[in-house]
Design a protein around this ligand. Structure first.
Ligand SMILES: Nc1ncnc2c1ncn2[C@@H]1O[C@H](COP(=O)(O)OP(=O)(O)O)[C@@H](O)[C@H]1O
Ligand SMILES: [Mg+2]
Length: 236
């Protein structure tokens, strides 16, 4: 790790999708640095490339050109095995539609990544309870997803994303299915997590009312990433 404690660095990252009829280039020569303990919001209208950017950061999608350095290692060059390890240990994901398993309780959903990593029972118990406590849902541990509100389900998925103590959380439209109060409280939780735990969070959103809670807001437009003038953004 270098002196500024850069966590993630994108260097001249481009991504094109080719089809029979056209080439779409959602990312054009993107440069970006994310430091430890930073909460960055990425805004942009639908189809502007937010999901593509997060997927490239996680190595879920390969850039057409450029480097994606996570703690100095180029994710874009890794094979699937190394990527799986990195994703399990360093990155937590949060999606718009929560992605919880319906037959598992909140506790079991959060515990699952620890089970997959082979952690022993007493450690799993402690870490899972800590994560549920952090999102304010310890008392609802035994509830299944259908017994929880949308906001609570998203909190469970946040607990699942942070339970392995990743350095980076990537959240793709995490408030897209929530009402405005729940959306605000999720972004407030992100802000607290960054302050208390020192993790970095990158959240894509098209809800401009949430942006005041982020440390930095970047807008993706015509393939480029630029500092956003937040009071001029209106996507809803
Ligand atoms: N797998 C893919 N194949 C072809 N085109 C894609 C693919 N994924 C995304 N795109 C295109 O790339 C552009 C950016 O998409 P996306 O990153 O999903 O935008 P956003 O998340 O901001 O709505 C869109 O024009 C979309 O149609
Ligand atoms: Mg998207």
């Amino acid at each position: 790790m270098n002196a500024q404690n850069d966590l993630l660095q994108l260097i001249n990252v481009s991504k094109s999708y080719l089809s029979d009829t056209e080439t779409v280039t959602p990312l054009k020569e993107i440069n970006m640095t994310v430091c430890e303990g930073q909460f960055i919001a990425i805004v942009g209208r639908s189809g502007s490339g937010k999901t593509t950017l997060l997927n490239v950061m996680a190595g879920l999608d390969k850039p057409t050109s450029g480097e994606v350095l996570l703690q100095g290692e180029d994710v874009a060059l890794m094979d699937e095995n190394s990527l799986t390890k990195i994703r399990r240990s360093k990155i937590g994901f949060i999606f718009q539609s929560f992605g919880l398993l319906p037959l598992l309780s909140a506790f079991e959903n959060v515990e699952l990544p620890l089970r997959i990593s082979g952690m022993d029972h007493s450690q799993r118990l402690e870490k899972t309870n800590n994560a549920l406590d952090m999102v304010g849902l310890l008392a609802r541990s035994n509830h299944r997803p259908y017994e929880l509100s949308g906001g609570e389900q998203q909190r469970v998925s946040i607990a699942r994303a942070i339970v392995g103590n990743p350095a980076l959380i990537l959240a793709d439209e995490p408030t897209g299915e929530l009402d405005s109060n729940n959306a605000k409280s999720i972004f407030g939780l992100f802000k607290d997590m960054v302050a208390d735990q020192g993790m970095s969070i990158i959240a894509a959103t098209h809800d401009s009312s949430l942006l005041s809670m982020a440390d930095e807001v970047k807008e993706i437009k015509n393939g480029s990433l630029q500092a956003a003038i937040t009071d001029k953004l209106r996507y809803r």
